[in-house]
Design a protein around this ligand. Sequence first.
Ligand SMILES: [Zn+2]
Length: 281
Amino acid sequence: MQSVTYRVDQSPVTPYQYLQDVEKYAGNIECLECEARAWYVRGSMSGGRERSACFAAHHTDECEIRTVVLVVDDPDVVPDEGADTARIVVDLDKRKAQDIMVPEPRDRQPTDTLWGAIHKKYANAADYPINKSLRQILSCLIKNPSYPEDDATIRIVCDGGRIALEGEVRQLLSYQTQLSGIDPGVVRLYWGLITNVNRKDGNTWLNCGDYRTEPSLLIRDEELEEEMLKAFRLKSLDDLEGAYFIVMGWLSGSETKPIINFGFAKYIAFVKYRVRDEDEV
Ligand SMILES: [Zn+2]
């Protein structure tokens, strides 16, 4: 899209205008027609061809402004048939024996581990059973936001059998706009869409819309940021603009400005989209 609507006063915004005042527009723009949340996509060079800057959004099916095609890079996004059961068990220890483990490349030095011994068995956070299963749930949610439709339960076990989270998915999982009344500090699940990323006072914020009034995920230090970059093979956290997330974490902040906190990259999963290049089929 070459034009979107500024939600505050319904005025049209072009990529050029957006760049003149990112602070004002980031997280506050939507599709002219279907009003889906939009985000800015930087121009890029690929295969010698220049793609100009534009806006993207996850449009509704009926929207006629679907000029930008979004693709998921990772085919792993298709949920396993088995993910749609009434009982979702994410058990690190039990699954350790299965072949989701990625062999350590031989030429790699043993790395320091933030996550204990189990860490070494996985090349990155995306290979963690927790992360993988969260991603499957997220894939289901993107297709059907009221997933799961019954009283499905989830149990997340980690660090040698400790139960990190257990209960009915519907009681434990909230969308970004449904955070009121949730006790701060209690570990549960959150999901939503990141529309913009900003940095302030050494912290990085993944914003689910207007950073003043809508939730943000807090990347509390450089260590977590580094871990995220490595785990999800990102050049920059800016690449998460337009990504759906699901995270096991806790709330802080206030009712008017909720902040979602989480400890490690293995507790978050993303479904990332990028704008498809013209020469791709
Ligand atoms: Zn639209």
